[in-house]
Design a protein around this ligand. Structure first.
Ligand code: GLN
Length: 492
């Protein structure tokens, strides 16, 4: 087996037993990148020389018998809205083209300290605004399962890179579903822990009260392994939580017959594609067979989640993105009359259409006279959605449903699909709840991946991981199927 196809857990074991060299793994990854990247286009930047020299250095340390760090040279791809010292970080926006952060985000620092190696920076919808990775200012990313379709977004580059074995694991961010949706569309795992569990210092914000860091991986244990490294309190992030970080890998040890699963009926509305419905229901049956207690429940205000999310996210985005004005970072348009003219020209040219629309709407939502009608009202509905979850979690340990009501849609399909795709992921962000997407099968005939979402109480990631791991084992045959990557590059 080419080493780029390894799971993280197996990689770490093999490196520790000195069965493989880190350099060989990194080489296999870059030869896969050479082969499929012209078609998949998952990356915005590749750190080939850097990664190879770090790999050789790690091999040397291991050979000398030095202590092997926990990530032991693990190759990781990083979404390009996470600051990496000395490596361009663009948020897939022209406005940040040329921005080279002078520091690492806390998560990157932790990964480096644990011996991880950065393979490259992955593509995204500009400033993480989108659900398809078509909104990148540089190029779209294509779904490795069917290159006429989107990989989901906004962490579509990370999702596609993992699915196409162009890395062993990847980091993403999730403001309204951007880790879970690409995981679902690319047939892999995506976990977004509780708000505050992972530091966002150095992660360029889209909407601060909703932004989470998450992990895209080939298996549940792989995700748990990386969570052990990147979770935890950070004094640089005022929203970071001091709750103790358990060993997440241990949570994959037990069964699930003590767990109660609620199935919100709103997750099975008429909008759900019947192929998604069938597979998700099949997985829920498996949960029952594994001993989990399954019962229907309701989240009454779920239908308001998308409009509520959009009002809050756009309002916060208009404020977070105010800092990009041509003075401190990236692009600056010269040939202007005065300072204000420079701001206007830089922002007008630097941001893409989707971002501009959201900034304009966000500014409107926050303006005098509208604030109470839109922003405050949205915050009130957010509280109601949160109460629905609190109520459900009095009775249930976990809630389960489809990650997305629809299958990966065609490139260029337009707005309707991108809005629909968000419907079941945004509630988890509004309530700050940990949630995960796991592949639970494929559509008949066209073989497109389908994701199952598991949502838990705050800081109860362990139960989510336990349930997901048991299900992953039960679905082992399904998860053995890999995308067929023998396609020809798309002509430019
Ligand atoms: N699709 C959603 C949006 O466009 C969520 C994006 C995200 O999670 N970053 O806002």
């Amino acid at each position: 087996m080419p080493l780029n196809e390894l799971k993280v857990v197996d990689y770490l074991e093999m490196v520790k037993e000195r069965k493989i060299s880190v350099e060989q793994v990194v080489k296999d990854i870059f030869s896969q990148i050479d082969k499929v990247e012209p078609t998949v286009k998952a990356y915005l930047y590749l750190n080939k020389e850097g990664a190879l020299s770090e790999a050789r250095e790690m091999d040397r340390r291991i050979k000398e018998g030095q202590r092997i760090p926990p990530l032991a040279g693990l190759p990781i791809a990083i979404k390009d809205n996470v600051c990496t010292q000395g490596i361009e970080t663009t948020c897939a926006s022209r406005i940040l083209k040329g921005f080279i952060p002078p520091y690492d985000a806390t998560i990157v620092k932790k990964i480096k300290e644990a011996g991880g190696i950065i393979i490259g920076k992955t593509n995204l919808d500009e400033f993480a605004m989108g659900a398809s990775t078509e909104n990148s200012a540089f190029h779209a990313t294509f779904n490795p399962w069917d290159i006429t379709r989107v990989p989901g977004g906004s962490s579509g580059g990370s999702g596609a890179a993992v699915a196409a074995d162009e890395t062993l694991i990847a980091l993403g961010t999730d403001t309204g579903g951007s880790v879970r949706l690409p995981a679902s569309f690319c047939g892999i795992c995506g976990i977004k822990p509780t708000y505050g569990r992972i530091s966002r210092y150095g992660v360029i914000s889209y909407a601060s009260s909703l932004d989470h860091v998450g992990i895209l991986s080939k298996s549940i244990k792989d995700g748990a392994q990386l969570m052990n490294i990147i979770c935890g309190y950070d004094s640089h992030d005022s929203t970071s939580s001091e709750v103790t970080v358990p060993n997440f890998l241990l949570s994959c040890r037990e069964g699930i017959n003590d767990l109660k699963f609620g199935i919100p009926c709103e997750f099975f509305s008429s909008e759900v594609d019947c192929r998604v419905r069938e597979r998700v229901k099949g997985a829920i049956e498996k949960i029952s067979n594994l001993g989990g207690k399954v019962e229907e429940t309701s989240l009454h205000h779920l239908e308001y989640a998308v409009p509520t999310y959009r009002l809050i996210a756009f309002a916060e985005a208009s404020s977070s993105l105010a800092r990009f004005d041509g003075v401190q970072y990236g692009l600056r348009i010269d040939n202007n009359d005065d300072l204000e003219d420079m701001y206007l020209k830089t922002r007008g040219k630097g941001f893409g259409t989707e971002v501009l629309q959201r900034i304009i709407m966000g500014t409107y939502i926050l303006s005098e006279g509208n604030y109470e009608d839109y922003y405050l009202k949205a915050q009130k509905v957010r509280a109601l959605i949160k109460e629905d979850f609190d109520h459900a979690f009095k009775k249930f340990d976990l809630l389960v449903g489809p990650t997305s009501p629809i299958l990966p849609f065609k490139i260029g399909a337009g707005k309707k699909d991108t809005l629909l795709a968000d419907a079941y992921t945004v509630p988890g962000n509004l309530a700050g709840l940990p949630s995960l997407s796991l592949n639970c099968g494929f559509s008949k005939n066209d073989n497109l991946p389908i994701g199952l979402q598991i949502i838990g109480r705050v800081f109860e990631e362990e139960k989510i991981l336990r349930a997901a791991y048991n299900l992953e084992v039960a679905l082992e045959e399904v998860n053995k199927i890999r995308p067929n990557l023998s396609f020809n590059p798309i002509p430019n």
